[in-house]
Design a protein around this ligand. Structure first.
Ligand code: DQA
Length: 382
């Protein structure tokens, strides 16, 4: 695949422009990194930057014929340019909108994107690493195009369905992403897992959910994850899904949500698999405590028991907790204590300890540890 990387106004100043917001890397360095990331996925990337709207429009037009997809940081034109949106729409190339900073949590005018409706996906607030995520998203989208379906009326109540080959009925897996319930980590983090599991014969339903105010709060996150699992019933006939073989998979903060979705599902899933999951919220450790406080708001202590998996056992369906021993974000003790407590509460439960894996290896099919995660998700012995 040929990817065009487009950067808009003022991004030529990267490295010196508000480094506390945009980081220390120069544009040249960012472009170099993006070429490397594209090459890692087997793609070629060309980069262009301009401070002029017309030049960017021309570049989008020229991409027709010379590129297969676009990664686009339109800078402030994001918030003002219908002309750029028209250009993206007219050309019809899959385009990912990306912003280095967390535009959702800055000045209100930065929350508006006129470009978003023309783009296949939007990534923001992850620093320069967001460009890597954009390249990865285009890669996995091309490898196995998703069918994006709403399970509710709100923008975050959507999921990407990927069907395996064959007539079905297909076993299904609901994937619930992590990211500490922040707004800026979204379901693309599980694209690789979704594509890989689909290639192994499982229909994957990689879902979004509301998370933080004003878009949502903890109740919405819990409700949406549950609704996304229940939504499989409505999809089963059309997409030939086997409702007797459904796995709920949650990564990181999604592990916590997945637990409650599995426990409370209208039709109990066959199993729940936590991957590097937050399962013992009272003992998360410093970095995550801040995320938890933000998630639960003022009445943290009051709500904690209602979202803490280890306090809500038994789960009622077989559980596997997969955890990398090298996970520096979520301590492996989370999974260990959870499995011990689940067994004590009468659940069928097992721990899958991956000695080499870190927090993101467990969701990256390119990692040597992935085979262990996939086996657990497919309910095979590891
Ligand atoms: C930006 C965010 C825009 O609001 C801003 O005007 C930029 C950069 C970002 O990458 O975070 O120039 O797109």
């Amino acid at each position: 695949m040929r990817i065009l990387l487009l950067n808009g106004p003022n991004l030529n100043l990267l490295g010196t422009r508000s480094p506390e917001v945009y980081g220390a890397a120069t544009l040249e360095e960012v472009e170099g990194l993006c070429s490397v990331w594209a090459a890692e996925y087997g793609h070629r990337l060309e980069a262009f930057q301009s401070n002029h709207e017309g030049a960017l429009i021309d570049a989008v037009h020229a991409a027709r014929g010379s590129a297969d997809a676009i990664v686009f940081n339109p800078g402030a034109y994001t918030h003002t340019s219908y002309a750029l949106r028209d250009a993206i729409e007219a050309v019809g190339l899959p385009t990912v909108e990306i912003h280095i900073s967390n535009v959702a949590e800055r000045e209100p005018w930065r929350r508006v994107s006129l470009i978003a409706p023309a783009c296949v996906y939007r990534i923001y607030g992850r620093g320069v690493d967001g460009y890597r995520a954009a390249v990865a998203h285009l890669h996995y989208r091309a490898a196995h195009p998703p069918i994006t379906i709403g399970y509710g009326p709100l923008p975050d109540q959507v999921g990407d369905l990927r069907l395996p080959e064959g007539a079905g009925p297909h076993p299904a897996a609901v994937l619930i992403h992590g990211g500490g319930w922040t707004g800026h980590y979204t379901r693309d983090t599980l694209d690789g897992a979704a594509v890989d599991l689909a290639a192994r014969g499982v229909a994957t339903w990689n879902v979004e959910y509301r998370r933080i105010p004003p878009v949502g709060g903890w109740r919405d996150a819990v409700d949406d994850a549950a609704a996304a699992v229940d939504a499989l019933e409505a999809l089963a006939d059309e997409y030939r899904l086997d409702l007797d073989d459904v796995t709920v998979i949650g990564h990181s903060a999604g592990g916590c949500l997945g637990f409650f979705a599995a426990k409370g599902a209208r039709r109990p899933p066959a199993r729940f698999v936590s991957v590097g999951g937050m399962l013992d919220l009272r003992r998360l450790g410093t970095g995550c405590d801040r995320l938890l406080a933000r998630f639960l708001g003022d009445e943290l202590e009051t709500h904690l028991d209602r979202v803490d998996p280890i306090r809500a056992l038994p789960c009622g369906v077989p559980v596997a907790a997969v955890h990398g021993a090298q996970d520096d974000d979520i301590h492996p003790g989370q999974s260990r204590r959870f499995v011990d407590a689940a067994l004590a509460a009468g659940d069928e439960a097992r721990l899958v300890d991956l000695p080499e894996a870190g927090h993101l290896d467990v969701i990256d099919p390119r990692s040597p540890s992935w085979e262990g995660v996939a086996s657990a998700c497919l309910d095979k012995p590891v």
